[in-house]
Write a protein that binds this ligand. Structure first.
Ligand SMILES: [Zn+2]
Length: 151
């Protein structure tokens, strides 16, 4: 049978027959639920996945995501610190905007981004490397956004 190679329209990753971005996302969630030690990078994994598929976010969500990625990768802040720091803005009058995409509001980047690492790379390296791989993925995503002038 001929191999068909499909490319993710959002992050540019090459899909195999049995590995799309969505299946890699579920694989990573599975590893996190199966092994508590993997849960430590859950916030980075979800953030990277969404940042590389920005139409899952609203435009406001993409902006929030950039701030979180900067805080986690560049400033080394923890999810708990960020929840504390964002509590006021989340509870304030800004509440009318939503982070997830709506039909009339899907996130995108000002400048096109070529990602150096994708969800599939994390999965291909295997569960034993999971925590290390996700941290590297987050660093590379931040660097890619910086290099393209999106942050
Ligand atoms: Zn993708």
């Amino acid at each position: 049978m001929m191999e068909t190679s499909l490319i993710c329209p959002e992050c540019g990753a090459a899909w195999d027959a049995d590995m799309t971005c969505e299946t890699t996302f579920h694989q990573m969630l599975y590893w996190e639920h199966e092994n508590q030690a993997n849960w430590v990078v859950h916030h980075l994994m979800v953030l990277c996945y969404y940042m590389q598929h920005p139409s899952l976010y609203s435009q406001e969500g993409v902006e929030v995501g950039k701030g979180l990625l900067t805080a986690f990768v560049k400033e080394g802040r923890s999810p708990a610190e960020m929840r504390e720091a964002n509590r006021d803005s989340v509870n304030s009058k800004n509440r009318e905007w939503k982070i997830t995409a709506r039909p009339d509001n899907k996130g995108a980047y000002t400048n096109p981004v070529t990602w150096s690492m994708h969800a599939a790379d994390v999965v291909r390296r295997g569960e034993a490397q999971y925590v290390e791989s996700v941290r590297e993925w987050a660093k590379s995503a931040y660097a890619d956004l910086l290099a393209t002038g999106n942050i």
